[in-house]
Design a protein around this ligand. Structure first.
Ligand code: UDX
Length: 447
């Protein structure tokens, strides 16, 4: 089929590439000329396992094109995806200016019937606004062209984006017309083998499904972080509790890992946006507000533990920080807990030596050159002359360091484990002080 994708960010680029991989002819359009030029030369702007070879191959074989020419892109697609950003407004609502600008562009150039698909995460009611924007641009040029607007939210996770897109656990389609639904079903047929993953529904339910999914996951995390903070105070180990509750299939093991707070481009923004939507409809979403507040507080957790250990005397100390990305397998540092930690350490007069397997360029871009930051080439280099180690992101290669060697290297002999990846007893047996999230047992012992 002929597909157009507006936006070559995470969702747009991955969706376009996976659709090309399945044999469709995909044109991806973006207003950022440098990005388009780079993509045409095989330079992929994000780190995402498996994506680069897929982009390059489909591009070389002519199924995947990148352009800034919106007119030809609109003319190309039978199905036109909108996958542009919806950043938060000043008040936390999703800013729809990019989505509506694309809708206007579609209306200005549409010359034959098409299905317009909202893939961006957008508040309930946006499909109606997109429909109105396309219709008004068509009307302005006196054109009469039939089109449908469908909501088809994306559930891919950064770091697993290609896998999630090629093998989705569900394909949510919110459509008003049976014809548009059939067209999307046809497009997704190659992704929908063995068992039916398509969940068809009305447009507004599809829009809300995306927010409800992210809000539920964020709630699980904040709930566990709250339990961790209680565990710490009552002398229990949240890791034991996690195993104890996860074995109940009604609770399940996934997404109940306590840590230094959730980050990324979705959870913080979507929880806030859903809260705003509720508020605009006269409802105070108390759980969502608490999820957000608990997470904001959790992002200060590592600093609190550090500050407590050093009795607030951090001036002139050096901290090795392992992990800057908001989670492993990505270079994305949006709303990452590492940013809160670094800001607090700097404000307290400490120095940071940081390493992340993928996010070093991003860190350089965000922080620039500063005397109190050294971005090191290896994890080991970050430890040189440091007082203590702080693990913020659970990359696999941070999981089993030589603790004996750490003891030699770290002058204050302390490890702060923001993702509970170490066994407290093993770390303590090497003569290091261990601090995790919600690990009251070891804190009680250390005290
Ligand atoms: C999320 C959703 O999972 C995905 O379905 C949606 O399409 C986009 O938002 P993503 O932001 O890529 O995906 O990351 P995810 O793996 O969900 O992690 C989000 C954050 O939660 C990370 O900071 C992670 O460290 C944190 N997290 C996750 C926890 O703290 N504990 C957990 O148990 C799981």
């Amino acid at each position: 089929m002929k597909v157009t994708v507006f936006g070559t960010g995470y969702v747009g680029l991955v969706t376009g590439t996976c659709l090309a991989e399945m044999g469709n002819h995909v044109v991806c359009v973006d207003i950022d000329a440098a990005k388009v030029e780079g993509l045409n030369q095989g330079r992929i702007p994000i780190y995402e396992p498996g994506l680069t070879p897929m982009v390059v191959q489909n591009h070389q074989e002519g199924r995947l094109q990148f352009t800034t020419d919106a007119k030809s892109a609109v003319e190309h697609g039978d199905i036109i995806f909108i996958a542009v950003g919806t950043p938060p407004d000043e008040d936390g609502s999703a800013d729809l200016q990019y989505v509506l600008a694309v809708a206007d562009t579609i209306g200005r150039h549409l010359s034959r019937p098409a299905v317009v698909v909202n893939k961006s995460t957008v508040p309930v009611g946006t499909a109606d606004r997109v429909e109105a924007a396309v219709a008004s641009a068509l009307q302005a040029r006196g054109a009469v062209v039939a089109f449908d607007v469908v909501s088809n939210p994306e559930f891919l996770k950064e770091g697993d984006a290609v896998k999630d897109c090629m093998r989705p656990d569900r394909i949510v389609i919110g459509a008003k017309s049976a014809k548009a639904l059939e067209q999307l079903k046809k497009l997704y047929a190659p992704f929908n083998r063995n068992h039916d993953r398509i969940v068809a529904m009305d447009v507004r339910s599809a829009e809300l499904t995306k927010y409800a999914a992210n809000a539920m996951l964020a709630t699980k995390i904040s709930f566990m972080n709250e339990m961790a903070n209680i565990a710490e105070r009552v002398g229990a180990d949240i890791e034991m509790v996690r195993h104890g509750i996860g074995s109940d299939p009604r609770i399940g093991y996934s997404f109940i890992y306590p840590g230094a707070g959730y980050g990324g481009s979705c959870f913080p923004k979507d929880v806030q946006a859903l809260e705003r939507t509720a508020c605009q409809h006269g409802y105070e979403a108390k759980i969502l507000a608490a999820v957000e507040a608990v997470n904001d507080r959790q992002k200060d957790k590592l600093f609190e533990l550090i500050s407590r250990h050093f009795n607030g005397e951090l001036k002139g100390r050096t901290f090795a920080v392992w992990g800057l990305a908001f989670k492993p397998n990505t270079d994305d540092m949006r709303a990452a807990s590492s940013r809160n930690l670094l800001a607090s350490l700097w404000a307290a007069g400490a120095k940071v030596q940081a390493f992340d397997p993928e996010a070093m360029h991003e860190a350089e871009r965000i922080f620039g050159q500063r005397d109190d930051l050294a971005l090191t080439g290896t994890a080991n280099a970050a430890l040189q002359n440091a007082d203590a180690l702080v693990v913020v992101t659970e990359w696999k290669n941070f999981r089993s360091p030589d603790f004996g060697q750490l003891k030699q290297q770290l002058s204050a002999a302390a490890v702060f484990d923001g993702r509970n990846i170490y066994d407290p007893e093993t770390v303590e047996a090497a003569g290091l002080a261990y601090y995790g999230i919600g690990r009251g047992r070891s804190i009680a012992k250390a005290g």
